[in-house]
Design a protein around this ligand. Structure first.
Ligand code: SF4
Ligand code: MSK
Length: 633
């Protein structure tokens, strides 16, 4: 069924990625509805929701506040717009922090089972990193077996989710700079227990509990800090220990990485536990031979979203695309299976897959989608599960409909894998050269760009324009998640892209052989940026909030991004948002977020939908920070 003309998309209005126009037309010809179509059908979106002034936290509601100052000015219980907006916002933080931290918990359980010899499917791949972490946690390493050290590390990390005292989290104490820790303790927002901070948000936002927007937002900041400095941090550190710390690696991006005569498998989601095993299984001789038996030339694995970033960073697996490209991957007609773990998997994939031969395979107990094939992933049987899934994909090759296959040719080269260790190694082992380059003005600052795609923004336009404008101004860009994929899709992740940078950054890139925009990993790897910021602040003898740095989420959509933005602000970093958050229904909350936080944590949010204006503002902000440090501007 073709889509009605009124609901057709002009590809040039919705994306800047090459090759997607043909797939969007193909989808429309074949009657496939995409996120952009559904976004159009949602217009106009609910004004109360956009302003954050609807509440359904109890059954006396749902309640809505009149945004024009008239009645109703309060919910049935008397909650004001300030209370409702703050409560809704921090519930978003709770969900985002929960998603990251529950991901960390899954990895921790596997790490713990490896340490105790209960899981033989995984191993310690980076013992040096494990020893470094143990040292930071005050665990003895000398003269001990690596597995004994791992047992102790697992025991400390388990307590991050359940300890019952008021002390800061162990990873916060071990890794956050002293000056920052003092700020959080003074403000009463130092996180104590990951789960507790999330639970406390749910408690405080229950009907009739915390009505004060200031104390609500403070708790939001505390939960976000628990995410950044412990939950996400743990996911990153343990993934590095189990799978290896990323090093610079060359690869390719865009849907052109799919191969016409191969069985194509896309790994989608966030957790590397399964995706790493899928790649391993798919590359095995056994599976490559099986694919040939079914008439294909072999098996090809490509990544989508952040689990894609995980296998890209560690194995150089090509990345097919970012969040808004997941449906288009199926529209190629050349994907035998999309293997999903959790987060950012659109339930719509089932409907799109029904129009082709693609199997959507869900694998996580906590992420089932009606209509998908569910094959439960058990980390203790990881290799078996991965082989079963790859086999299903191979057997599905015979169901491919050749007339429906169209793979755009476009693909771009990239370099990924800039963990903190990789950055240090590019710098010759210490941060001093970067600190010197900043101090002398060779580069003016560093900006971390993160986050998603959102049909409210032309796909990748926000990410790419902002990145280009910043590097042009001699500002080094680092980032994660769907920003990293966007930057890759536009050729910004290669050393050659330094030709677009200002003279200072260009020189630094040439000297170090690095791109002007560095791919630091997946969403949880924003924790790598926190570590880098902390180290840079220590190297320069200042607090993070003094540094000429900023953060940005130009196309954010997920609740995880709200948590990320909040932990960056609470860590002392100005955060730009390119999509307006649902807070404008309360002047007070808007003011707290965009002004008042500065006096407490040394940073705030800044909202601007135009990436060029945002770049200008960020550059001025960085200049001001440099002036205050007495550095040349
Ligand atoms: Fe309405 Fe108050 Fe209940 Fe919210 S908590 S739904 S504002 S009565
Ligand atoms: S995948 S959370 S859309 S970055 Fe991490 Fe992309 Fe945002 Fe998902």
């Amino acid at each position: 069924m073709k889509s009605p003309r009124s609901l057709r998309i002009k590809p040039e209005d919705v994306t800047t990625v090459k090759g997607l126009d043909k797939l969007i037309y193909k989808a429309e010809e074949e009657g496939v509805e995409l996120a952009w179509h559904r976004f159009m059908k949602q217009q106009p979106q609910c004004g109360f929701g956009l302003l954050g002034i609807c509440c359904r936290n109890c059954a006396m509601g749902p309640c809505r506040i009149n945004p024009f100052g008239g009645e109703p000015s309060r919910g049935v219980c008397g909650a004001t717009a300030d209370t409702i907006v703050a409560r809704n916002l921090i519930r978003m933080i709770a969900a985002g922090a929960a998603a990251h931290s529950d991901h960390a918990r899954d990895i921790l359980y596997v790490f713990r089972d490896v340490a105790w010899g209960r899981n033989k499917a995984y191993k310690i791949t980076d013992p040096e990193k494990l020893k470094w972490l143990a040292g930071k946690l005050g665990i003895k390493t000398v003269g001990r077996s690596i597995m004994d050290v791992a047992k102790d590390v697992a025991a400390v990390l388990e307590k991050e989710f359940g300890k019952q005292d008021e002390e800061p989290l162990a990873l916060v104490k071990a890794l956050a700079p002293r000056k920052r820790l003092a700020v959080w303790l003074k403000a009463g927002i130092c996180p104590r227990n990951i789960d507790r901070e999330i639970v406390e948000i749910m408690h405080r936002t229950h009907m009739g509990v915390d009505a004060d927007p200031v104390s609500l937002i403070a708790q939001g900041a505390r939960a976000a800090l628990a995410d950044g400095w412990s939950g996400s941090m743990m996911a990153t550190l343990l993934s590095d220990i189990l799978f290896g710390t990323p090093k610079p690696v060359k690869a390719t991006a865009n849907l052109g990485v799919l191969k016409e005569d191969y069985v194509n498998i896309i790994v989608h989601g966030h957790n590397p536990l399964l995706s790493m095993k899928i790649v391993e299984a798919a590359m095995s001789k056994e599976m490559q031979e099986l694919a040939r038996k079914y008439g294909a030339k072999g098996v090809n694995v490509a990544g989508m979203c952040c689990t894609g970033n995980e296998v890209l960073m560690r194995l150089g697996v090509p990345i097919a695309g970012s969040m808004l490209m997941q449906e288009l991957a199926i529209v190629t007609g050349a994907v035998e299976a999309i293997v999903a773990d959790y987060q950012c998997i659109m339930p719509a994939l089932v409907t799109v897959a029904q129009c082709y031969h693609t199997k959507l395979i869900t694998t996580e107990k906590k992420a089932k989608i009606p209509g998908a094939l569910h094959i439960e992933f058990d980390p203790a049987r990881a290799d078996e599960c991965a082989r079963e899934i790859v086999r299903i994909a191979i057997e599905n090759y015979q169901n491919r409909v050749p007339e429906k296959v169209f793979i755009p040719k476009e693909k771009v080269e990239l370099v990924a894998g800039f963990s903190v260790e990789a950055i240090l190694s590019a710098l010759g082992g210490t941060l001093k050269p970067l600190a010197d380059a900043l101090r002398s003005g060779v580069i003016k600052g560093v900006v971390g760009i993160v986050g998603c795609n959102n049909p409210k923004v032309k796909h990748t336009y926000g990410h790419v324009e902002l990145t280009k404008e910043l590097i042009k101004r001699d500002i080094l860009v680092v980032g994660t998640g769907c920003w990293a994929i966007a930057a890759a899709l536009h050729g910004l992740l290669t050393p050659k892209a330094a030709s677009m940078a200002g003279p200072g950054l260009r020189k630094l890139c040439a000297k170090l052989g690095i791109p002007p925009a560095l791919h630091m990993g997946s969403c949880v790897d924003c924790s790598r940026m926190l570590l880098l910021l902390g180290m840079l602040a220590d190297e320069l003898g200042v607090d993070i909030s003094d540094l000429p740095v900023a953060g940005s989420a130009p196309e954010w959509m997920s609740e995880k991004a709200v948590s990320i933005g909040t932990y960056f602000v609470a860590s002392g970093v100005l955060v730009h948002l390119g999509v307006v958050p649902p807070v404008l229904g309360s002047e007070k909350v808007t003011k707290i977020l965009t002004e008042d936080l500065e006096a407490i944590v040394g940073a705030r949010f800044y909202v601007e939908t135009d990436p060029k204006k945002a770049a200008e503002y960020i550059a001025e902000y960085i200049e001001e920070k440099r002036r205050r440090l007495g550095w040349p501007v």
